[in-house]
Design a binder for this molecule. Sequence first.
Ligand code: NDP
Ligand code: 2IT
Length: 448
Amino acid sequence: MALKNQYLIDLLETVKKRNAGEPEFIQAVTEVFESLQPVVDKRPDLVEAGVFERIVEPERQIMFRVPWVDDNGKVQVNRGFRVQFNSAIGPYKGGIRLHPSVYLGIIKFLGFEQVFKNSLTTLPMGGGKGGSDFDPKGKSDGEIMRFCQSFMTELSKHIGADCDVPAGDIGTGGREIGYMFGQYKRLRNEFTGVLTGKGLTYGGSLARTEATGYGLCYFTNEMLQANGMSFEGKTVVISGSGNVAIYATEKAQEYGAKVVALSDSNGYIYDADGIKLDIVKDIKEVRRGRIKEYVDAVPTAEYHEGCKGIWTIKCDIALPCATQNEIDGESAEILVKNGCKVVSEGANMPSTPEAIETYLANGLLYGPAKAANAGGVATSGLEMSQNSERLSWTFEEVDEKLHNIMKNIFKSCDEAAKEYGMEGNYMAGANIAGFLKVAEAMKAQGCV
Ligand code: NDP
Ligand code: 2IT
């Protein structure tokens, strides 16, 4: 979809100048602007209120030094980030990514996406994101703890249960959240719901671990059913083998699909008989190993070096659950050629603009990340509710609420796409529906 609206073209130029050297952020803004063109025509009041200019500028961006001492007694320095993007509808909310590729542009694109995603959940959460270029791979437990404590020592000055509530993302799971929570509590002398994804013994929510992957399949199932399809008997390829990929595999299998591939940043496994998830969980969750170890346990499976090759496997449904821009135009063409009918995104912005063009031009069902992977943050919102009332709900209660939220997100995307003349384009629907709630709140609160 090309950008034709002159007002948005001019504004995008400003965004490009102001954020030079941050291609992922510009990519995310461009996609949203393309979807919002009919909104500009229909809602001059939002243009008048300067909502479009304001929504692309983070409210606050914090960058800080994270010094820590490694196991050899040597001082290491990383860079920490927290981008508090938009608080129009609630406290800033979004994960913390620990990966060597992290720089300001990555955190800004993730924070921008989070604004719309959190709006779609219907829960009162603004958008934010944080992280560091720290590489958790190969670090000892002690090194991880010292890094997390140092990171939180600065971050604690900027967050709070009613102000900004971080959570996990790539490289940040239960262990890291535990160390960060402990340090926050020690520094502030308060036990509050300042982070989500906490352990179950100290305020975490049941089903938060499963939520993103399960939610992805709940959303995808709605999209399939609305188009006369189902997971039953389908061949599914899932990239990644982290938190999102593992629980997407679990739910897709429960729905009767056959998941045949998973990956990590080194390569992918192909198991024509269907992935044995207990083996994957043991490798990834218990031993923190690499996905290639799967073939030691299942000799009939194949391991291939390189992660792009996973998209050459013939499948009906592709669920990218690793990282941004992991499916490019070329991979999308191969998916289409091999008969893939559905792409639904567990990762944030895993498809390049060329890939998305290819899905839409070939009539694939496309579930965009900010709708399809919103189950994680939605369940974080449910964790915040439980912390506020100092109660814990059962797994079934949380899972049922998550399921309903995902059904409603699909409905909002579907209806907004229809209302704005783009029926079946759930990306446009997600961007419009997510935007409108935030925009109304920004307008109502005046020029802030
Ligand atoms: P994890 O750290 O648990 O797992 C990440 C997985 O993706 C690993 O298998 C990792 O492989 C792979 N990966 C990471 N970076 C790259 C890369 N540059 N190239 C290839 N593979 C890569 O993270 P999550 O499962 O939590 O997150 C996965 C995606 O889902 C991310 O895009 C995240 O933003 C998104 N997401 C996560 C949510 C959550 O609640 N956790 C919620 C919504 C979205 P390796 O081990 O080799 O690094
Ligand atoms: O991208 C995401 O939505 C997340 N990493 C989860 C954020 C959260 O606050 O649970």
